[in-house]
Ligand binder design. Structure first.
Ligand code: IPD
Ligand code: CA
Ligand code: CA
Length: 269
């Protein structure tokens, strides 16, 4: 096993390398981006795949002993939990990317079981590089960040996202949650990149974030960045199964209890 700084330095290198690919494709005309659909209204581009391959190639060459859990090419790989695992979203915010909206990021985490040891979230257009190493704080472009101090949900700006899979009952639940947060908060945003949403809570732009049906690659890196910035994160039941459990509430910690209450009361009859 290497020391954590060695993992971080190579991880950063792989992210910066793959960011060149995302940037190149982002500025190409739409017909050259090679958009395909892996599910109903769930796009994937050549850039997603090339970005992922680049990150894996660099990490595997330097750390052949590690495992991978990634969105495009190895999401069904069995992860033993005994080894270190890289969790990769090579392009979080593909819908934005396809529509030329410059809000997307590469999300990369190193985990041991459910423990996230380091996380990087990088937007190559805004050049915002968020990172955290467990126990050492969170940083945006090298400057320490922390969550906002707002305690009252009434003055909170919150953010959410909607899953690709749709269905009448899920839609009703999503709208109910949205409706409740709309009446309790100062405002709601929906940006289209869960990894960025978590980092924006970490640096105090938002007070809270919630979403369901996310995958580990959407949230692993952002979760350690948020926690190291003083935030709180849980699943909808208030438990700790937010990376693999497919529901997440993240906050500046002060409004967490209220957010849990809102989510859990929104769908009661
Ligand atoms: C998506 C984004 C989006 C969230 C979706 C995710 P992708 O990731 O994080 O904000 O609402 O649920 O799947 O597909 O662009 O990597
Ligand atoms: Ca994603
Ligand atoms: Ca993705």
């Amino acid at each position: 096993m290497h020391n954590i700084s060695e993992y971080f330095n190579i991880a950063r290198k792989s992210v910066l390398e793959s960011s060149k690919i995302l940037k190149k494709y982002f500025f190409l005309p739409p017909w050259q981006v090679g958009t395909d659909y892996k599910g109903d209204r769930n796009p994937v581009t050549i850039a997603d795949k090339k970005s992922e391959n680049t990150i894996i190639r660099i990490l595997r060459k330097n750390f052949p002993e590690t495992e991978f859990l990634c969105e495009e090419s190895c999401h069904s790989d069995m992860v033993s939990g005994r080894k270190l695992v890289w969790i990769i979203d090579p392009l979080d915010g593909t819908v934005n990317f396809v529509h030329k909206l410059p809000l997307f990021a590469i999300s990369l985490a190193l985990c041991k079981g459910k423990d996230v040891l380091l996380g990087i979230v990088y937007n190559p257009i805004s050049k915002e590089f968020f990172h955290a190493i467990k126990g050492r704080g969170s940083y945006l472009n090298g400057k320490k960040i922390k969550v906002s101090g707002i305690k009252n949900i009434k003055y909170s700006l919150v953010v959410t996202g909607f899953p690709y899979s749709r269905g009448a009952s899920a839609q009703k639940r999503l709208i109910n949650n949205f409706d409740k947060f709309y009446s309790y908060t100062e405002g709601i945003r929906r940006l289209g990149s869960a990894a960025s949403d978590l980092c924006y809570v970490a640096c105090g732009r938002f007070e809270g974030f919630w979403e369901e049906k996310l995958n580990p690659w959407d949230v692993a890196a952002g979760s350690v960045i948020l926690k190291e910035a003083g935030g709180k994160i849980s699943d909808f039941a208030g438990g700790s199964n937010y990376i693999f459990g497919r529901s997440i509430i993240a906050s500046n910690s002060k409004i967490h209890k209220k957010m849990l209450e809102i989510i859990n009361n929104a769908n009661k009859r």
